[in-house]
Design a protein around this ligand. Structure first.
Ligand code: SF4
Length: 439
């Protein structure tokens, strides 16, 4: 048909689709990993659905191995959706919970407290707004949707904050049995290899194609297991650098493997690439990046070259004092509630312009601290400790670290960020980022 890509990029044979589903599910039943969110259902069906939701949100952009501990701690604290929503409602209405936070009036401090707990549990997992949105969504389910979770991918995405296309598909298929596909990084890799898709796999047009493919492939009777199997295959067998093709349950359906072994496609024995610009194929690699036989199946998928990360320098001041019990205490302040590391706590920090000399840096920081604490701070009293580099996904951040000892209490400008003094132990238990722990 006009506009349809060549057969090597499609799943058009119903018998092949059936065989692929069968092989993949048989492998999954035998080999799936024992993950905590797959352990059914001590607390009943509602608890199972909550487990899936929390795990799917945590797994966005984060590896399984990292998520497991966070997930276990979270589920211990808020084992059901109702528990999370209820805790959130309780603190915002009645102010019954207490948390060692020393700012704000009781009326506006209290809703902040649960967020604080969420942030503390989330600290180190990254993409902090996910935890906050999970809490908002739980509250919405309980207070606006009468405790009833939306059940289709469409409704989940429409009604719940923080639930995007992937998470909606995962919850709808795994928890509610909707025959809808999912596309995450693992699925992208597997599908691109299965069908020799070499066009930029981060482009919206290719992502849409992959969603169509995932929706067509998903097993109608076991959609949740099928989706998990496809992701599991990408995570454990069809891995980015050295895929284990010999052990792969769907190797006989894989165009990339066939191309590697025989130099040609399964369905079109005489065709190498469909030839973008020649055959007009938008799914093949661009003509400028032909098949590289040294890469084998890892020719797929391809991505556009990554943007260079933004380079930033930030002066960070570790202010310390001797607390009333003689222990050293450090001042931490809270970041704004949106943007990078939203709502987390950090040592007082100040972004620096590029190319600022060390002496000037120190002066700028001293001025800032002076305005903020309302007492004189001499630049020479700031002790340079060293530099800490932390790479965020899109930012190459250098923290230039100074320390300053203070005598007596410091009254902070109430108009500035919320702040508190913490011991070293309290610091580590607080919602601070990995970067601040390095500092
Ligand atoms: Fe991936 Fe190899 Fe399996 Fe193809 S055969 S899907 S490249 S592991």
């Amino acid at each position: 048909a006009p506009g349809l890509p060549p057969a090597r990029h499609l799943f058009s044979d119903p018998a092949e689709i059936e065989a692929l589903r069968r092989n993949l599910l048989a492998w999954y039943d035998k080999c799936k990993r024992d993950l905590p969110w797959r352990t059914l259902v001590r607390g009943g069906i509602g608890r199972w659905k909550c487990c899936m939701w929390v795990s799917e949100i945590m797994l966005q952009q984060t590896q399984v191995a990292t998520v497991i501990d966070y997930y276990n701690r979270w589920m211990q604290k808020w084992p059901t959706l109702q528990a999370l929503a209820q805790a959130s409602l309780e603190v915002s209405i009645a102010g019954t919970r207490c948390f060692p936070c020393s700012h704000g009036s009781s009326s506006n401090t209290v809703p902040h407290l649960l967020e604080q707990e969420v942030n503390e549990l989330w600290a180190g997992l990254g993409y902090y707004s996910r935890g906050k949105r999970l809490q908002e969504a739980a509250r919405k389910v309980v207070s606006e949707l009468a405790g009833r979770m939306p059940r289709t991918a469409e409704d989940l995405q429409k009604l719940l904050p923080g639930v995007g296309r992937y998470t909606a598909g995962a919850i709808a298929s795994i928890s509610y049995g909707q025959a809808t596909g999912v596309v995450d990084g693992n699925v992208i890799r597997v599908l691109c290899r299965l069908r020799c898709i070499g066009a930029d796999s981060s482009s919206p047009a290719i992502i849409d194609r992959l969603w169509d493919m995932a929706n067509a492939l998903v097993d109608r009777s076991r959609p949740g297991d099928f989706n998990q199997a496809l992701m599991e295959l990408g995570a454990t067998v069809c891995v980015p650098k050295a895929p284990l093709c010999g052990e792969c349950p769907v190797k006989q359906h894989c165009q990339a493997r066939c191309r590697k072994l025989f130099g040609k496609s399964v369905t079109e024995p005489d065709v190498e690439d469909c030839g973008k610009g020649v055959g007009g194929c938008t799914l093949c690699p661009p003509a400028t990046e032909p098949w590289d036989s040294s890469l084998g199946v890892t020719n797929f998928p391809r991505k556009a070259a990554k943007k260079q990360p933004r380079v930033m320098r930030t002066a960070t001041s570790v202010l310390e004092r001797r607390g009333c019990h003689g222990a050293l205490e450090y001042l931490i302040v809270q970041r704004p509630s949106s943007g990078l590391l939203a709502g987390l706590w950090e040592f007082p920090s100040l972004p620096l312009s590029q190319g600022l000399q060390e002496e000037k840096q120190r002066e700028v920081l001293a001025d800032h601290l002076q305005a903020w604490t309302g007492r004189p701070v001499a630049a020479r009293d700031l002790r340079f400790i060293g530099e800490v580099v932390h790479i965020f996904s899109h930012i190459h951040q250098t923290y230039v670290v100074y320390s300053l000892s203070l005598d007596g209490d410091v009254t902070l400008d109430p108009a500035s960020s919320p702040s508190r003094w913490v011991t070293e132990e309290e610091f580590h238990a607080s919602a601070v980022s990995t970067a601040m722990k390095k500092v």
